[in-house]
Ligand binder design. Structure first.
Ligand code: SAM
Ligand code: SF4
Length: 328
């Protein structure tokens, strides 16, 4: 599938739930919000049907996200069905790790899911509780270490750096890439929905890079590979891993964006940071044929914008949905 700007779209990011066992300050809205009603959530067989049509249109890569994917009931059997879907070459998952037991890791490896992204914004258990509102640092750390020792590769770690919260840990978090073959990815905070985090707390990539270089040495760019995600990757001499930056704010990468999103309420979202969504669940429940579904996917993609508007001072440009409901 080709979207505007001659972008070849081969990556579908599927949010299987808007629920989460954490309450990360930068992700969950500060004002009360309603979860999607059970019947409005796309069922697994519906997600599989949309994915099948998307694969027929050229999707080869899928990432499962949420909310927290592992809070959804029967997620492991859904993953098994997804892995059996013909034409899909690459399946990965983004998780907070708290529910990822060694048994689940073993099953993922058996299914051929070898790549996992974890979210970890601090190495300090007290701060972890402040950021996530949960005392789960040790569980998450153990899950990351288990994934690493059991053969998940690469282990990627996503960190959102916020001024006054964890900006004093930039070097410690980056140092994980010195000691382990991890991909540490610093993601610029994106203002979404009713977030409690102020825009002034955003720490941009240039500042993070300066702090890392001052302590750990020069960041040497790693050439982009085919199918690379949006992270700009760097190596440091003698590091076992890689350090990446997702510069959604300071340097948007929309021109290279190869993704389409399916939200847990069954809407297609061609851009994370733009409010346009196309409902595919209702047509499916009202008898749409596979051909109809393909046309809906193509219609959604035709709306994929060429750039986002997050740097616009006009508040109406801030996405109204929060990350758990879209799937980050
Ligand atoms: N629960 C899983 C997790 O935390 O990895 C998957 C869903 S979470 C929405 C996916 C990613 O979005 C996480 O790495 C998280 O750090 C990131 N994220 C959430 N809200 C964000 C925001 N406002 N700005 C930047 N990244 C955000
Ligand atoms: Fe949950 Fe992930 Fe959002 Fe944290 S970032 S609240 S773990 S969905």
């Amino acid at each position: 599938m080709i979207a505007g700007g001659n972008r070849s779209i081969n990556y579908l990011r599927i949010s299987v739930t808007d629920r989460c066992n954490f309450r990360c300050v930068y992700c969950i809205p500060s004002k009360p919000f309603q979860h999607i009603k059970h019947r409005q959530i796309a069922r697994y067989e519906e997600i599989l049907r949309v994915t099948r049509q998307a694969v027929a249109l050229g999707i080869t890569k899928v990432r499962i996200t949420g909310g927290e994917p592992f809070v959804r009931k029967d997620i492991m059997s859904f993953l098994e069905d997804l892995c059996n879907l013909e034409g899909l070459k690459d399946i990965s998952i983004t998780t907070n790790g708290a529910l990822l037991t060694p048994k689940k890791i073993e099953k993922l490896l058996e299914l051929g899911i070898t790549r996992l992204n974890f979210s970890l914004d601090t190495l300090n258990p007290d701060k972890f509780e402040k950021i996530t509102c949960r005392q789960r640092f040790q569980k998450v750390w153990d899950a990351i270490m288990n994934a690493h020792t059991m053969g998940i590769s690469p282990v990627k770690i996503n960190s959102v750096i916020l001024r006054g919260i964890n900006d004093d840990e930039i070097v410690d978090i980056a140092s994980l890439a010195m000691d382990y073959p991890f991909h540490i990815r610093f993601i610029e905070y994106m203002p979404m929905g009713n977030s409690a985090v102020e825009k002034s707390q955003q720490v941009l990539t240039s500042e993070i890079q300066e702090k890392i270089e001052a302590k750990l040495g020069q960041l040497i760019p790693v050439p982009r590979e085919f199918n690379d995600g949006p992270a700009k990757k760097f190596k440091i001499t003698n590091a076992k891993g890689v350090i990446g930056f997702i510069t959604a704010i300071s340097s948007h990468f929309c021109g290279d964006c190869n993704r389409l999103r399916l939200t847990s309420r069954g809407t297609l979202r061609p851009c994370l940071l733009n409010n346009y969504e196309k409902d595919i669940l209702s047509p499916m429940r009202n008898g749409a044929t596979d051909q109809d579904l393909k046309e809906i996917i193509e219609t959604a993609l035709a709306q994929k914008p060429l750039y986002h508007d997050l740097n616009n001072k006009d508040k109406s440009c801030i996405p109204i949905s929060h990350m758990t409901s879209i799937g980050g």
